[in-house]
Design a protein around this ligand. Structure first.
Ligand code: ME8
Length: 515
């Protein structure tokens, strides 16, 4: 039976244009989805937009638009980002779709049937920016006397009738669940934060609103719409067919293998979501990973500071694959990261152009010049030859381990260790000198190198699909020979290779000196 893999991004609020942070989360999921597909899994990769709630309603009002027309427009920006970044999502969900309303209302009915929903009234603080309720003791007063949430969002006092979810009753069962599923939350530091939050005691959660109407109606009580986070989280099961638990997609893909989120929204995914699901008798996802936060040249990214990084601009300046590589290589995944132009150019010119690009270019042009543009026939392999090809082929096992723990930086480091080894091998073997003294050995050395580049390119496809496709084209690797089963095959001597051309251009920056 084929192994399945279901991975999701957060669904993004349509109150604003996508920025680098949104691209980052979806990129990480795209790389994992591509890796698993190449590794033989049946993959479902979901992204989409979160279109209900007060924040979106207010943004629509500010734009002088009807909320549905507004969400149609802004949601399209996220689809455009998906296309621009070559994301390979299998579905794009919008919470204003009919399938999602059915799913949310069905889940609500289950929570009611479980006895976990009751009607009361909510008097307390609410931050529209976070779409979150806060306890007064979590807040601080700013110089204007406004109450401010730990996220920096301004809170307003809300008093309205509301349905509540009996979250307090789930504290012990959640703690048991975390204990029984030690990999449920990654990275470990975040898991510890969640555990101490839950151990600190859980209050019942307000799950409906009555003071505005942009949301999914509560079944049986048209005065209420569902709290936008209950609505939003449910997208992950909607997309695989909930409430039809017998549908093939649901059976294949639920529970999800991974919800990828930013650290800002971990509590919703690691506390509220499993509580809702356990209450409804639905299995929780297998894992939630919270990654870190990007800043720009050391500063928080915000519209008011005017330093929002436009992902489209970024790929226009540096190239798509260069940006994809940089975002995942520069910062240990899970940590916060800083975008700096200098670091971006450094990675682009050193790791990509000088190391990997130069390796491929040297090997391919030597073959073009000295082997009649054909894969040379190898002779007997030496220990050094076996070591290099063996390391390239063995990388897959290492990468599986790293990707399964979302350690993108380690996967790339391990790959580049082999790139460096291959570059050192070129220098040691000096094939240009062998041309006169021992042309047969030169053929073997170039074969070993071409074979290593092939393996490296196959394994790097998830991160840089377009550049690696170019590299594999130059090695005349057939399109249907590019999944990971091809690692156990070999280049065939005598295969004609196209004229080589560089895959990774250097970035020449006239405006400042480079590191
Ligand atoms: O929270 N650095 O949507 P959202 C890294 N609709 N990642 C960042 C980032 C930054 N500076 N800024 C944003 C919501 N992100 C809800 C989610 S899910 C059921 C509902 C990324 O549009 C990161 O993944 O505010 C973060 O969690 C997400 O965008 C928040 O997107």
């Amino acid at each position: 039976m084929t192994k399945s893999f279901y991975i999701t991004t957060p669904i993004y609020y349509v109150n604003d244009a996508p920025h680098i942070g949104h691209a980052y989360t979806t990129l990480a999921c795209d790389v994992l989805a591509r890796f698993k597909r190449l590794d033989g899994f049946d993959v479902r990769f979901l992204t989409g937009t979160d279109e209900h709630g007060q924040k979106v309603e207010k943004s629509a009002q500010a734009a002088g638009m009807d909320p549905q027309a507004f969400t149609d427009q802004v949601s399209q920006n996220f689809r455009d980002l998906t296309a621009a970044f070559d994301f390979s999502n299998d579905d794009f969900i919008r919470t204003t779709e009919a399938r999602h309303k059915t799913s949310c209302q069905a889940l609500w009915e289950k929570l009611v049937a479980a006895g976990d929903i009751y009607l009361a009234s909510y008097p307390g603080w609410y931050a529209v920016r976070d779409e979150a309720f806060y306890d007064e003791k979590e807040l601080t007063k700013n110089e204007d006397g406004k109450m401010i949430a730990p996220s920096g969002a301004e809170c307003e006092w809300v008093e309205e009738p509301s349905y509540f979810f009996r979250l307090s009753a789930w504290q012990d069962r959640l703690l048991d669940f975390y204990e029984a599923n030690p990999d449920f939350i990654g990275p470990t530091s975040r898991r510890n934060e969640v555990l101490s939050f839950v151990r600190g005691g859980l209050k019942d959660l307000s799950v409906s609103r009555t003071t505005f109407s942009w949301g999914i109606p509560v079944p049986g009580d048209a005065d209420h719409i569902m709290y936008v986070w209950l609505d939003a989280l449910t997208n992950y099961i909607t997309a695989v067919g909930y409430p039809d638990e017998d549908s093939p997609a649901y059976k294949t893909f639920w529970p999800a293998d991974l919800h990828m989120v930013g650290k800002d929204i971990l509590r919703f995914h690691a506390v509220y979501w499993p509580a809702f699901l356990l209450s409804a008798g639905v299995a929780p996802p297998k894992r939630v990973f919270a990654h870190g936060w990007w800043t720009n040249e050391g500063q928080k990214i915000s519209k008011s500071l005017g330093n929002v990084i436009d992902p489209h601009q970024l790929i226009e300046t540096y190239g798509l694959d260069q940006v994809r590589y940089f975002l995942l290589r520069e910062v240990p995944f899970g940590n916060d990261g800083d975008f700096s132009k200098r670091a971006m150019i450094g990675r682009m010119n050193y790791d990509l152009a000088n190391q990997f690009g130069n390796l491929a270019q040297r090997v391919l042009s030597m073959i073009a010049k000295n082997c009649g543009g054909q894969v040379p026939a190898p002779g007997a392999f030496t220990q050094a030859d076996e070591d290099l090809m063996g390391n390239a082929a063995r990388l897959l096992a290492q990468l599986r381990g790293f990707y399964d723990e979302q350690a993108f930086h380690k996967a790339l480091e391990a790959t580049w260790a082999v790139v460096s080894q291959a570059n050192a091998y070129v220098d040691e073997q000096a094939p240009w000198a062998l041309r006169k003294t021992d042309p047969a050995r030169m053929g073997t050395v170039l074969y070993v190198l071409a074979e290593s580049v092939r393996c490296l390119a196959l394994l790097t496809q998830p991160v840089m699909p377009q550049s690696m496709a170019k590299m594999l084209d130059q090695l005349a690797v057939a399109a249907d020979d590019r999944d990971f089963t091809a690692l156990s095959k070999n280049l065939v001597a005598g295969t004609a290779l196209p004229k080589p051309s560089g895959v990774f251009p250097r970035f020449v920056d006239d405006s400042e000196s480079q590191a």
